[in-house]
Each structure stands twice: as C-alpha cells, then as structure tokens.
Design a protein around this ligand. Structure first.
Ligand SMILES: *Cc1c(COP(=O)(O)O)cnc(C)c1O
Length: 342
C-alpha cells in the first residue's frame, strides 16, 4: 500500500506543476446530517475542495496546477479556454492568469435553459471581469472549439503564445490534479483511522471523476468512486469517464489496466439538461445548508449531493458506512441562479 502511494507520488512528480492550493483541503464529518434517522446510520464526510484559496476556490484549481505547469513549460503568455457563461473553470482560469501575470481569453457560450439577467450577468461573470479576463460571448449555436482555434491563430499573428485548455480543464494532464487528490484523501483517511466505502463526486467534463478513479486504481484501494453526471447522459458520461481514466492511467503507469466495471456513473440526478435546476437539487442544497452551514452549487454539487442523499435514504449502504462527498466549489453560481431558489 505505502509502496503504491509513493509510486504514484513519483509518477505525478514527472509532470510540471505550479502550486495553487494552500496545502491539503480538510475532510470534515457532517455530524448533524449523519444523525438524521432517514440517513440510516451512515457517516457522511466532506472533502472541502471548495476551500482552495485562489479566486473563490473550487475543483478546477487542482487541474490548473498541472495545466499551468504545462503552459509555462511551453512558454505560454496567454491562457485560453471555454465554457458556459457561469463556468467556474473560466473564472478560476482568469484568477490563475491574474496571479501568474498572464493574459486570459475566455470563450463563453450561452445556456439554452437559463436566459435571465442574473444568469447572463451575475455570479461568475462579475468575477471574470474583476480578474481582468478578456471575454468573448458567443452567439447561440456557435462552435466554441472552432472559435478557439481561430482566436489562437489571431493571437499568434500578434506575436502571442496562447495555451488552450479544453472544457473544464479536463485534458489528461489537467485530470492528474485529481489523481493527486486521491492520494491526499488516502493519506488523510489513514491519519483519521477511517476507511471510506465510497467517494462521491459530480461528473461534468469527467476530469475530476477520472483523476480520482485513476488514483484509487493505481493505489489498489477498495474505495469506490461514484460520479453523478450533470452534463451528458449516463451513457455519454460513462464512455467519457472510461476514456479519460485510461488516458490518465497512460500518463501515470502505461501498463496499468482499467476494470471497466469500476467506472460508476449515475444518471439519475441530471434532470432535463445541464444547468436545469431539479427539485432534488434544491432540497439537498437546503438540507446541507440548514444542518451544516455548508453550500453546494446548483449545477454540480447540489445534484451530486442529492444523488448521495437518495442512495443513503434508499438503504444502499449498511449502517456505519463512511461516505466521502467531494465539495467542488461553485458558490458564485448560487447568485446566478437567484430565481431558482425564490
Ligand atoms: C467543473 C465542476 C465540476 C465537475 O468537474 P469535472 O471535472 O468537469 O467533471 C463539479 N463541481 C463544480 C463546482 C465545477 O465547477
């Protein structure tokens, strides 16, 4: 076991990385929630990846540690990425660029399901502007990858050296951030004298789930990883997660095999569309906020936490199970979804 951990440490150390976190994020027990009879004696814990220091925090900073390492190694002077108008990845890319003294170009696509003023102007968009990013708002139906390629050509013609990151920063390199997080969790669990039966995460562009699964696979731990898809259908997210996990493993240990049966994607919480609020999301958000004083966002964390609550209430886990929910941040999204909470 400890051998597997240090092998993963060594494999990760082969890739350039810029420290953006302030150290380990805490693991905390949800004591008041876990005491509710409806939760059938399960111990719910949270990994506080919303408490990462820069730019309002969130899971994208772990990916950006490796992406920025790659960008600087290539001599980049401009970070380019795309996402939805309320993209947390875009916001954190802008914050990282500001801290590093790089330019930042954000390509933002509108939502088909949220068109009100709060969504189009509040939340993450306020912060993107404060960090000094240059924002490109695409019209409905425009292809962001095509636009990004053209934009990079224009930047190169101006003598700049752009570094492009895909949706959610979920390239294989970016996803290494969550393989590193899996190691962090295993070591914290050992220190706490705990064994987690499952790690539960939202699955959007699949990098968080894939990185964690690559980490638990390589360390041969029995902890399962379950992702609740909020973007693709269950089939799409499963295929993307299998694919991405293999790519992450390829970077870390080319001979490692992925057991496809270990890739657990649940499609029950997505609702009508990416970013469409669901009743279960609202209920889970209120329960966590009113019992623990903790906040999950409407697009990712709220839906995944709703999935965890549903499975625990259903009795999927024996009493005494230790379950770790990864809080991935996204707090500014709450303000962009004001009307959903009204
Ligand atoms: C991007 C994001 C996720 C999902 O992470 P992926 O790696 O894209 O699957 C979860 N929570 C929040 C708050 C996010 O911004």
């Amino acid at each position: 076991m400890s051998n597997d951990l240090s092998n993963l440490d060594a494999a990760l150390a082969r890739y350039p990385r810029v420290a953006l976190l302030e150290g380990k994020t805490p693991i905390q027990r949800l004591s008041r929630l876990s005491a509710l009879p409806e939760l059938n004696g399960c111990n719910l814990y949270v990994k506080r990846d919303d408490l990462t220091g820069l730019g309002g925090g969130g899971n994208k900073l772990r990916k950006l540690e490796f992406l920025l390492g790659e960008a600087l190694a290539e001599g980049a002077d401009t970070l380019v990425t795309w996402g939805g108008l309320q993209s947390n990845h875009a916001r954190l890319t802008a914050a990282v660029a500001a801290r590093q003294g790089l330019a930042c170009e954000l390509i933002l696509v509108p939502s088909a399901v949220r068109t009100d003023d709060d969504f189009r102007h509040s939340g993450n968009l306020i912060l993107d502007g404060l960090f000094g990013a240059n924002i490109h708002r695409l019209p409905d139906g425009a292809n962001p990858d095509v636009y990004a390629a053209e934009l990079q050509d224009r930047l190169r013609q101006q003598g700049r050296n752009p570094f492009f990151m895909p949706l959610g920063g979920s390239s294989p390199r970016g996803s290494l951030g969550y393989a590193a997080c899996a190691l962090e969790i295993l070591r914290q669990a050992m220190d706490l004298g705990l064994e987690f039966g499952q790690i539960i995460v939202p699955n959007g562009s699949s990098g968080t789930h894939s990185g964690l699964l690559a980490g638990t696979t390589l360390t041969r731990t029995s902890t399962l990883v379950t992702g609740y898809t909020v973007l693709g259908t269950a089939e799409q997210a499963l295929a993307a997660t299998v694919d991405k996990t293999r790519q992450v493993l390829q970077l870390l240990a080319p001979s490692a095999e992925l057991d496809e049966g270990s890739v657990r994607v649940d499609g029950s919480q997505r609702g009508d569309a990416y970013g469409a609020p669901t009743d279960a999301m609202l209920e889970a958000t209120r329960l966590l906020a009113s019992h623990e004083g903790l906040l999950v966002d409407p697009v990712y964390g709220g839906k995944a936490f709703a999935g965890l609550l549903a499975s625990v209430r259903r009795g999927d886990f024996p009493a005494g199970s230790n379950l770790l929910f990864v809080m991935t941040g996204g707090l500014p999204g709450i303000f962009a979804y004001r009307s959903a909470y009204a």
